[in-house]
Every structure is written in C-alpha cells, then in structure tokens.
Design a protein around this ligand. Structure first.
Ligand SMILES: [Ca+2]
Ligand SMILES: [Ca+2]
Ligand SMILES: [Ca+2]
Length: 247
C-alpha cells in the first residue's frame, strides 16, 4: 500500500516547540517573539548600505565565536583569523526602517556539507554586547544588550541546501535598534554566536567549513522603498496564516 508521509519539501523538520524559529522551509519574515524578524532569504534592502563580513567561525560539531580585533597569538574560541573577523563600531551600522521601527540587519553565509541531513544547521546562541575596547580576547564582565535566549531558549533552524556553499546568504535577521539605545556610536559592537549545539546525528551540527556573518554597514538611515515595505508587511501577515494553520 502507498504510505504518504511528511509533505515538507525536506526530509527533516519542521522543527516545532517553544523557541523554535524554523526557517528550513525557506520561510521569510518569521517573528522571533522578541522584536526580531528572521528570514531564510530575502531581497536586500535598497539604498546606501553594503553587507560587510565581520566574523568567521569554523569548527566541526559545534562552533562559537565573536568579532574582535584580538588575534595574537590566536583568535578566541572558534574564530577564524583573517580580514573577515574584526571589530565593528556602532556608528558604521546602517539603520533600516520598516513600518516605523528601526533595525540593524545581519546576514549569515553558512557553508555546510550538502549530503543527507548534514546541510541543516542550528543557531543556538546569539548575543550582542558593546564595549569601548575593540580588541577583547573574551567578553567576561559584559552584559548582553541583545540575547536570543532572553525569556525563552530559542533555536534557529536553517536549511543551507536552499543556498548551498560559500558566497550565498542563508539567513537574514532584523534586530531592533531599541536594544542598543544606550551605546556610544564610537564604541564597538560584539556579536557572539554559537551553532550546532543540538544532539549529535541530527544534521544540525556544524561541518568542517566556516560560517560567516555580515552586517549592513555604511551608517545612516536607510528607509526601504515602498515595494520592499509592502513585501515585508505581507510576509508578516503570511506568517500569521502559516502559524495558525499549524495549530
Ligand atoms: Ca550540518
Ligand atoms: Ca538557544
Ligand atoms: Ca551559504
């Protein structure tokens, strides 16, 4: 007899439960529940900003790191040394305004193996800090201004098979600038991430290749054109529809 199973386009997921931000179906404009907006892939905002790399992390199994100018004798955690890992001053970030709210925008270029479920990856921790020193070797003593796990242990599930390889963006996140209202523009943004903390053999662990984060930079306020705004708004409405159907 014919057995019909999951209708998902992928064999793994959907990932459900409190704190699950599942982008594995190519989802756009998923509300993080803390004001953030997550997409597997969206059109880049038009205007003055450019996406500049500021952090590469690389390790098999799981990997963690933060951007810093510290590199001697070795960069901290699983940071990959080179021109892609460096400090970022707050006043270099571009502010994007969507429906009256201001955001900083970050993109992830993940670079996972593409066999079986290995193309999946989990983003388990994301914290953003500020400090006047751009060359820290650790983040001890700092308090996170943004924490993905604040209130709820969130996990972002990403399917890199949608945009395989290096040089293709796998995730975009809009983070409200209101989290960072106390920072000085000339201070440094520290962006800490950890991937692949899920149980082994789920495919969500990290492969041996690197992940790279980029920020929308160029400074100033970049108001999306009306067409972009409409797309974002309708995406949010679409999401609510999807959510209610799942219940
Ligand atoms: Ca993987
Ligand atoms: Ca988490
Ligand atoms: Ca990629």
């Amino acid at each position: 007899m014919l057995l019909l199973v999951a209708s998902s386009a992928f064999a793994y997921g959907p990932f459900v439960g409190p704190g699950a931000i599942d982008l594995t179906g190519g989802d756009s404009n998923v509300a993080g529940g803390d004001g953030t907006i997550w997409s597997s892939s969206i059109n880049q905002p038009t205007g003055t900003g450019v996406y500049d790399p500021f952090l590469r992390v690389q390790n098999g199994g799981s990997e963690e790191g933060f951007n810093t100018d510290y590199g001697t004798p070795l960069p901290p955690l699983d940071d990959k040394a080179g021109i892609w890992t460096h400090s970022v001053q707050w006043n270099t970030l571009t502010t994007v305004t969507v429906e009256g709210n201001d955001y900083y925008v970050f993109q992830l270029d993940a670079n996972e193996e593409q066999s079986g479920d290995r193309s999946l990856i989990s983003l388990d921790e994301l914290q953003i800090y500020s400090d006047s020193n751009g060359s820290r070797s650790d983040l001890n003593g700092l308090s996170a201004l943004y924490d993905l796990d604040n209130g709820t242990d969130r996990t972002v599930f990403i399917e890199t098979a949608l945009k395989p390889g290096s040089g293709t963006d796998d995730l975009t996140v809009y983070i409200p600038t209101s989290f960072f209202s106390t920072v000085s523009g000339t201070d440094y943004m520290y962006f800490y991430c950890q991937f692949g903390l899920s149980d082994a053999n789920t495919g969500l662990e990290t492969g041996a290749t690197f992940e790279e984060w980029r920020a929308l930079q160029g400074g100033g306020n970049d108001v999306p054109e009306p067409s972009t705004l409409v797309l974002l708004g309708s995406g949010l409405l679409g999401l609510m529809g999807v959510r209610s159907r799942k219940k």
